[in-house]
Design a protein around this ligand. Structure first.
Ligand SMILES: [Ca+2]
Length: 493
């Protein structure tokens, strides 16, 4: 049969469209996204980051060979809670005065109306789940049921993951309440500490096994390893062959090895369900290692120095991210929100993601210079720092400032502020602008929920002199007291 010419053209176009359909289908433009957030995994711990490490993370290291390994990635903060706030909201936690960590009965610090990565992806048709350690506060319906260490069966809460865009939540409040297991909005089980992490990993696999290729998903998996309590399962005790060279804790290597094994189970589940090719996996940590400093970085968890907030960050995205690539640009965990928006073809909602920059060009290898103009860090005690190119300017809480050139002094040994007054001036002005604008990205100015200052601020020393009595100063003092209480709390988490 011969078709007239116009019809033949239409047939050709239709055939071409059909041929292209698998490549341009919605599921490819909307990849599944998994974010695995280890708890206190130090930059110097995975062998792919530190060849001298005697710890073992074979799955994470394999991801590095299959994807992109970032060498200059940072958490917004040097402890759990504020980093998680930054990750999910794309906003620096200092804007709400969150420097320390929360407890079992702490109120939610992300109000229900604030967009999160989860609510953004849910609005784009994603199934969303958070399985693991929440640590962003919950509103318990009966006030304070139970104790800091255990909440009774059936107790209900609001303001948690379900209120912030997650369809499904299975997890726990934080490490000191590791035995209280919550599903959606109520307590469903009490387990021994050793049972907690295997249970989370099992739920992750179950949830992945329920996914269908037609519906994209976002899984946020905040792993509780290698944070305390250090409780490796029977099947991992003595199996890692790893050594904790810093503290010589014989269980620590097995504990980390167990957490690393979760990555392998995730990949198996994805492959079993034919989802691996269209899934972007990011593996990172929420802050530096606990009481373990690794050369060349200075200090560890809680610190404003690099050991506090420079973390492993690996992205596996078949067909998009070049296997075995290394990226030396400065990036931040806050960037997940803008990245997720760009990947799914939408925009970060107005008044949200104030400090989130899309990493898509970094992932595709097309970002010649880093996509971030500058990046703010914070310590558990309330110190702030601004990083721009090789320079890092620290605004210590007591008013001291230090400038380091990380390109030649990654260990932050030599303050070069006095020799570079113009750098200090320009970076101080930029920091002040980021504070004044309520954002560090392009867009309409926003309002901070906390009075941020880069001058000398109140310290823990009491009774030296009275605060001024103006209304603004009174408010600020109350906010600072709140901050100090939270910072003090960070000492045991
Ligand atoms: Ca942590």
């Amino acid at each position: 049969m011969r078709l007239p010419l116009p019809s033949r053209w239409m047939l050709l176009v239709a055939l071409l469209l059909m041929a292209q359909a698998p490549l341009s289908a919605a599921e490819l433009s909307k990849p599944n996204i998994i974010f695995v957030l280890f708890d206190d995994l130090g930059y110097g711990q995975p062998p792919s980051y530190n060849p001298k490490s005697a710890l073992r993370t074979p799955n994470l290291d394999q991801f590095a060979t299959q994807g992109m390994r970032f060498t200059d990635a940072h958490t917004a903060a040097a402890v759990c809670t504020p980093t998680r706030y930054g990750l999910l909201t794309g906003r620096y936690p200092s804007r709400i005065g969150q420097f320390g960590v929360l407890t079992t009965f702490s109120k939610p610090i992300i109000p229900p109306g604030r967009p999160t990565v989860a609510s953004l992806l849910k609005s784009q048709g994603y199934a969303t789940a958070c399985i693991g350690k929440w640590h962003l506060g919950m509103e318990w319906v009966d006030g304070k049921p139970g104790s800091e260490k255990e909440v009774p069966m059936g107790a209900r809460m609001t303001g948690g993951p379900n209120a912030l865009g997650f369809d499904y939540f299975y997890g726990f409040t934080h490490a000191r309440n590791i035995g209280t297991i919550i599903e959606q909005d109520h307590v469903v089980a009490h387990v021994a500490p050793v049972e907690n992490q295997p249970l989370m990993a099992k739920k992750v696999v179950e949830w992945l096994d329920q996914r269908k290729a037609a519906e994209p998903f976002f899984l946020y998996f905040p792993v509780g390893i290698p944070h305390e309590p250090i409780v490796p399962s029977e099947e991992f005790i003595g199996k890692s062959g790893a050594k904790d060279l810093v503290k010589n804790d014989p269980k620590y290597g097995d504990w980390l090895f167990e957490g690393d094994a979760f990555l392998g189970r995730i990949l198996e589940a994805l492959e079993r369900n034919h989802l691996a090719e269209n899934t972007l996996i990011i593996v990172a940590s929420d802050n530096g290692a606990e009481h373990r400093a690794y050369e060349p970085l200075r200090e560890s968890k809680r610190s404003i120095y690099e050991g506090g907030h420079r973390v492993p960050f690996i992205v596996r995205w078949p067909g998009k991210v070049k296997p075995g690539s290394v990226n030396d640009h400065t990036v931040c965990l806050n960037d997940l929100m803008a990245t997720a928006a760009e990947i799914t073809g939408t925009k970060v909602p107005a008044g949200a993601g104030e400090d989130s920059v899309s990493l898509v060009q970094e992932l595709l290898g097309t970002a010649k210079d880093g996509v971030r103009e500058a990046t703010i860090h914070q310590s558990a005690a309330g110190d702030l720092a601004l990083r721009q190119g090789p320079w890092k300017l620290i605004f210590h809480k007591d008013g001291r400032r230090e400038l380091f050139n990380l390109q030649i002094d990654l260990s932050e040994t030599t303050d070069v502020g006095a020799a570079n007054p113009e750098i200090v001036r320009a970076m101080t002005a930029l920091m002040q602008r980021y504070i004044n604008d309520g954002r560090s990205t392009v867009g309409a100015a926003q309002k901070n929920d906390f009075t941020l200052s880069i001058g000398a601020r109140e310290t823990k020393d009491k009774g030296k002199k009275n605060e001024p009595k103006s209304a603004a100063a009174m408010k600020s003092t109350a906010e600072r007291a709140h901050e100090m209480a939270l910072a003090a709390d960070a000492s045991f988490d």
